[in-house]
Write a protein that binds this ligand. Structure first.
Ligand code: PXP
Length: 241
């Protein structure tokens, strides 16, 4: 089955709105575990706008599931990852002004730097994925730096409608074929929701999706466990197709 990583950043976004303790991030992670998620994803941003350093350490203590740490290749964050040792990290680009991660990482443009970061993570037993746009050169560059997987940026697909959405889906399918050919595991994430997940989930070879905003937004109406289970039901449907 395609695995589900639940990105719980926006539980922390709500908490940080009052700089208090609620909603409790650990409780949210535990509910995702109980609901059947396969992984907990958190993005420790350089500006610490939602997830805080203490969250990462606390989650590492209590999580039964794998932790996927999304992070920029910035020394300050690399040092934290080396200490915490999440199961996997996902290298993302980051700019201070953006509302959320806007584009894929330019792996091809910084091969030697990212090769070094990947090697440092591997030394600590941490797997590495790269968050990239569906562009063949970025898939190949990710293989070249020694990444264990790539995560396709599905934001443009999610934001598009009609024939534009079909084109974006084709781009994802074509690059997934490249990843399959060079035997690089691939994931998908950004903007995925109960409305647009199924066509992406049907791409042959897809291993994992990471979903945050839609699950946390749905949870306001139907609860966190229900929101996780809705997504799992879609992934299970693909399994039985
Ligand atoms: N994957 C990556 C690499 C991301 O940066 C994000 C957003 O933090 C997500 C997945 C989840 O995106 P969304 O919140 O739109 O589901």
């Amino acid at each position: 089955m395609i695995e589900l990583g639940v990105n719980i950043d926006h539980v922390a976004t709500l908490r940080e709105a009052r700089k208090g303790k609620a909603p409790d991030l650990i409780a949210a992670a535990k509910l995702c575990e109980l609901a059947g998620a396969h992984q907990i994803t958190v993005h420790l941003r350089v500006d610490r706008r939602h997830i805080q350093d203490a969250d990462i350490y606390a989650l590492k203590q209590v999580l039964l599931l794998r932790m996927n740490l999304e992070m920029a290749a910035e020394e300050e964050i690399i040092l934290i990852a080396e200490e915490v040792r999440p199961y996997t990290i996902c290298l993302v680009p980051e700019t201070r002004e953006e509302v959320t991660t806007e584009g894929g990482l330019d792996v091809a443009g910084q091969i030697s730097k990212l090769k070094e970061v990947t090697a440092r993570m591997h030394e600590k037993g941490i797997l590495v994925s790269t968050f990239i746009d569906p562009v063949a050169a970025q898939v190949e560059a990710s293989k070249a730096i020694g990444a264990d997987a790539i995560e396709f940026h599905t934001g443009p697909y999610a934001a598009a409608t009609g024939s534009e959405a079909c084109k974006e889906l084709e781009r994802l399918q074509e690059c997934a074929a490249v990843a399959n050919e060079i035997e690089l595991n691939f994931h998908a994430g950004h903007g995925l929701s109960i409305r647009n997940l199924l066509p992406v989930a049907r791409i042959p070879g897809l291993r994992e999706v990471n979903i945050g905003h839609d699950i946390i937004a749905r949870s306001i109406f139907i609860g966190l466990e229900g929101a996780v289970q809705e997504i799992l039901a879609i992934l299970e449907k693909v399994e039985t197709d």
